[in-house]
Design a protein around this ligand. Sequence first.
Ligand SMILES: [Zn+2]
Length: 149
Amino acid sequence: MGKRVKYQHLKDYRFYTTLELAKLLKVSKSTVIYWAHHGLEPTKREQRRWKFNGKDVKIYLKKKNNKFKVKTDPGEVYCPSCRASRRAKVKSIELKLTGRKLGKNLIDQIMIYGKCIKCGGQCTQLSSENCIGIFLSYYPDFSGKVPSS
Ligand SMILES: [Zn+2]
């Protein structure tokens, strides 16, 4: 149940039965029934069949999809345009202290800025004095400075 469901083709002001939704969204009927018991209220009942308003379904699935946080892989940053974990272009990487200190040992929190290697979009990723070395080990050509307070 961890995959994103495409729902954009549903029509806002249409009513769908459980089966219609399952077909349109390419999920099983039991998935739709599960949603109905976990926050997706059927708009009405007709002849013992549930009817869902397209708009409600869209809102529900949008929220649900947003819950999947993308985990970034080591040496990667989160690209909001790709909505994915990506490597950054090495020349675009900049490191800045956020001014926050983490934990008992007051480790510097570091923000990584960089451009997505795939789309060129601006990415950011939080890191720290302790973890930045691991990140940079993926970028042996990095020639910038690691800030410290
Ligand atoms: Zn990107």
